[in-house]
Write a protein that binds this ligand. Sequence first.
Ligand code: ADP
Ligand code: MG
Ligand code: ZN
Length: 554
Amino acid sequence: MYPASQEQETYQSHSQETYEWSTEVRKALTQIFKLQEFRSNQLDAINTTLSGNDVFVLMPTGGGKSLCYQLPAVIAKGVTKGVTIVVSPLLSLMKDQVSHLLQKGIAAVCFNGSMEPQTRSWAFSELAKNPPPTKLVYVTPELLSKSGQFQNTVRSLHNRKFLARFVIDEAHCVSQWGHDFRPDYKLLGNLKQTYANIPFMALTATANDKVKEDVLHNLNMRGCKVIKQSFNRANLKYEIVPKNPRNMAQSIHEFVTNGYRNASGIIYCTARKQCEDLALKLRKEFNLRAKHYHAALDPVDRDRVQQEWQDGSVQIIVATIAFGMGIDKADVRFVIHCSLPSSLEGYYQETGRAGRDGSVAMCRLYYSYRDKMTIEYFIDNGDGDWQQKERQRHNLRMMIQFCENLTDCRRQQVLGYFGEKFDATMCNKTCDNCMANATLSFEYRDVTETTKTILALVRELQVNKVTLIQVVDIFRGTATKFLQSRGISDLVPGIGAGKALSKTDCERIFKHLILKEVLAERCETNAQGFVMAYLQVSTNRKALCMENLAHLTC
Ligand code: ADP
Ligand code: MG
Ligand code: ZN
C-alpha cells in the first residue's frame, strides 16, 4: 500500500479573494459564466490551480466540477496562462461542453478521431499562433496517447510557455476499482512525469477511498491537495418500495400522476426487453410520453430518443444502465429503479442523475429479494476472473443489505459505504427509513440462539434441496404437508422452533444470515429448466465461528 494522500485539513484553504487574480475571477463568474456565487469548494479549486498547484477535486455529480477548470482557463493573471488541456472519456460530453463554451464566447475546441480534416488543421494552426487564441482544448485519452501531431503540439505549447494546465475529468476512469475503467486513461500517468512543472487538476464524482488512492497513484499526483466535500445529495429523496412485477406499470403511473405529471424522469431496467415492454405499456395503457433506450438501438435512434427526452418532448426514458454517463440534463425530477442495481456504487451514480439543478427530486427503487438471483446468474456466467466475481458478489450483498435494512437512514448507509460519516438527523426525514422511524419504534433482539437452531436445521435439510421460503415455513412449523411430500421426518430438530416469530421476522433473520455469509444460496437448474436457489450452510469459516454470531441482532 502507498501512503494515504494528504487531506485538505493539512493545507490552508484557498477560498479567500485576496489574490492578484481575484477581481478577474469574480468578473468572469458573473460576466462570462453569468452565475452569481460560487458553490462549495469551487473557489478553492480555482485558486489552487491558479497558484500553480496540483489539485484533486472530489465533488458529487451536479456539484459543478466543470467551472473549476473552465473559469481558470480564461484568467490571464496567475502563474498559469495559455491553453488548458482537458482529457475526458466521452465524446458527446466534450462536444456538448465545447458548444456551451463557444456560446459564452470562450474559444474552445474538441480533438477527436472523427474530426473533419479541415477542422483539424484549422485547430492545429490556431494552437501554433503566438499566443494561441484557444483557451480550452478537449481531447480523448486515445487521441492524446496515439496522435504524434497532437503530442508535438502540446510539447510546442509547453516550450513556448503557453501550456496552462492539464485537467483529467472523470478521473475515476484511471482506476480499476472504479465502475468505469478505461485502459487509455492508464497512460495519463506519464503526463505528470513529462510535464512535471505544469499544474494538474483531476476531478471525479466517485467517493470511494480505494478509487481515490488509485487515481492519485496512477496519475502520479500523490501528495497533492485533495478537495473533498460531503457526497450527500440533500435535494434527493430516497425510498425503497416492495416490487410486484405484475403491477409495475400501474404503480409507476400512480407515482407519476401524484406529483410528477410533466416532470422529466429516468426508469432503469436490467434487460433490454424489459425497457421496451415497460415503455410500450406506459405509452399505450397509461398515456405517458415514455420511450425506451438501450445499447442495441442503432446510434441514430439512440441519439434521437435522447434528444427528445433532453428537450422534453419525451417525458420518461426507460433505459438500461447504458444510459446515463454523459447525460447532462439538470431538471431530472425522478429516477426509478425497476430492479436491483448490482452495487451501491451504481445505485449512487444512477440516482445521482436526478436533481442536478439543486431542486428536490425523488429516487425510488422497487425491491424484490428474487432479483438477487438474476444478478447472481449474470455474475456466475460473466467472463470476469474469480477475484472480480468475488468483488461483484460482495457488491451485490451490500446492495441487498441496504434494501433489507429498514431502520437506518438511507443516506447514512450509502455514504457510510463510501467511508463518509453522516449524521442521520441531517436527513430531515427525506428518506423512507427516517420517515418511518419518526412513527415506528424498533427493538433490537439478540438472535444468537435462534441462529444456532437455524444452522442445525439447515444442515439437516440441505441434502433435500430446499429453498429459503421452504425452510422458513419449516422453521415456523407451517410446512407439514411439504415435509410429508418430501419424506422428511418431522423429528428433525428445529422444525417449528420459530413458531413465535412472524413470517416477515423469520425471513429477515434468514436473509441477514445469508448476507453475513453464514448461510448461502446455491443456484442450480432444476429438472424443469428453472434456476433454483437452494439454501445451505456456508462452507466458509464464518458459519463455523460461533463467536461471530454472538453479536448478531435483528
Ligand atoms: P458536475 O460535472 O460536477 O456533475 P457540472 O459542472 O456539469 O457538474 O454542473 C452541474 C450544473 O450546475 C450545471 O448546470 C452548471 O451550470 C451548474 N453550476 C455550476 N456551478 C454553479 C454555480 N456556482 N452557481 C450556479 N450553478 C452552477
Ligand atoms: Mg462533469
Ligand atoms: Zn434518512
